[in-house]
Design a protein around this ligand. Structure first.
Ligand SMILES: *[C@@H]1O[C@H](CO)[C@@H](O)[C@H](O)[C@H]1NC(C)=O
Ligand SMILES: *[C@@H]1O[C@H](CO)[C@@H](O)[C@H](O)[C@H]1NC(C)=O
Ligand SMILES: *[C@@H]1O[C@H](CO)[C@@H](O)[C@H](O)[C@H]1NC(C)=O
Ligand SMILES: *[C@@H]1O[C@H](CO)[C@@H](O)[C@H](O)[C@H]1NC(C)=O
Length: 350
């Protein structure tokens, strides 16, 4: 413990020194995945899974709804700040001009996508395989601007963050008889692992050497999941949490073997399960007063287009709530989670 806090303190010192020089700790930050990290790539897609209208973003610095599924910042926004960046990696699909604005990274994430491409196809969003194509495009643009050798060092020094799997379960497996009648949750996790493994190998082949992957959250504690799958109870749904824990174990072992087989790769699992579970089960210890209901609307179900400015019941102060909408943490909760990501991610930088 003492050792861990020593590392944390020396790390923070490095951050402070670098940030003071106006120099981020890594050249760039590239982000892939689902609504946990999407900053607006879905805005112009023909999908219902969007968040580019109020009250989304109401507590953001400029009070604008960017497409983030949150009242304010995402955990990865805090990560970008912690790394010393002065702006967030832009939503790749929203850039009218793609050029120097990609030098510090980009965000390719699309809400309702996952490791399993059919999940994104169900909602007309961008599957991970396509996000990778967008990443390739952006690498070619980088080469055009700074040349092959500089572009390669940007890519190999960059941190790549991946958040996926939530939508594969919640927006697909649990509600899709074509899947849940065919596969147990364990078998479905194995399928996701194959896709995960391919995705990491493809990222590696494109030059990525520092990759952080978030675990599944306690899916059974998300307000909408309790409403939908909790059989009238107000408690976290044990079955869904068990599925998340099993998935996370597989993620861990799969990552360990990837790390062994891909030389020079730093692959770190960023645990959000435990910290979010702690917030839900002990909200007051962390300064929150409500963890069952989300802030937006009734707080029992609403997300995306159902969480809008006509929603009745939206809370006044989202900082008291662990969840902003039925599926997504509030900015205040994201801030806590980002601290955990930082602690887990230190080995990516050192
Ligand atoms: C608000 O800030 C975000 C993040 O910096 C930016 O992407 C967005 O364009 C801004 N919105 C407006 C209306 O200025
Ligand atoms: C490549 O990086 C070097 C060293 O940082 C720099 O001097 C040079 O200008 C860069 N080349 C281009 C084309 O940006
Ligand atoms: C997997 O879990 C073990 C034990 O909890 C942990 O020490 C290890 O760091 C984890 N591996 C990865 C790749 O996160
Ligand atoms: C909102 O709630 C947080 C957390 O309880 C509290 O610190 C803050 O003062 C509140 N803000 C307002 C405007 O009441």
């Amino acid at each position: 413990m003492a050792h861990a806090s020593y590392i944390l303190i020396s790390f923070l010192l490095v951050v402070v020194l670098n940030v003071a020089k106006g120099q981020p700790l890594v050249p760039a930050l590239f982000i892939f995945g689902d609504s946990v990290v999407d900053v607006g790539n879905n805005n112009d897609l023909l999908t219902i899974v969007k968040a580019n209208f109020p009250p989304y973003g109401r507590d953001f610095s400029n009070h604008s709804s960017t497409g983030r599924f949150c009242n304010g910042k995402l955990a990865t926004d805090y990560t970008a700040e912690n790394l010393g960046f002065t702006s967030y990696p832009p939503a790749y699909l929203n850039l009218n001009v793609k050029g120097r604005n990609l030098l510090n990274g980009a965000n390719f994430a699309s809400a309702a996508s996952g490791y399993y491409d059919p999940t994104a196809q169900l909602y007309h969003t961008i599957p991970l395989s396509q996000q990778l194509e967008h990443y390739k495009e952006s690498q070619n643009i980088l080469v055009g601007i700074v040349g092959q050798s500089n572009a390669s060092s940007i890519v190999s020094g960059a941190i790549h963050l991946v958040s996926a799997g939530n939508s594969d379960f919640i927006q697909n497996y649990y509600i899709n008889p074509l899947l849940y009648k065919l596969y147990s949750a364990d078998q479905f996790s194995d399928i996701l692992m194959q896709h995960y493994s391919t995705f990491i190998q493809n990222l590696y082949a494109l030059g990525a050497r520092r990759i952080g992957v978030t675990t599944l959250p306690p899916m059974g504690c998300l307000p909408a999941a309790i409403t939908l799958f909790g059989s009238g109870s107000n408690e976290c749904v044990v079955r869904l949490n068990t599925d998340a824990v099993n998935f996370n174990k597989k993620l861990n072992t799969t990552s360990q073997s990837l790390q062994k087989s891909l030389s020079g790769l730093k692959l770190v699992i960023l645990d959000i399960y435990q910290p979010l579970y702690d917030l839900v089960t002990k909200p007051s210890e962390n300064g929150f007063s409500e963890a069952r209901k989300a802030c937006c609307g009734t707080g029992l179900l609403e997300t995306s287009i159902l969480c809008n400015k006509e929603s009745i019941g939206t809370c006044a102060n989202a900082s008291e709530y662990v969840f902003w909408d039925g599926f997504h943490p509030s900015e205040a909760a994201n801030k806590v989670l980002s601290g955990e990501l930082l602690a887990a991610g230190i080995s990516l930088i050192s």
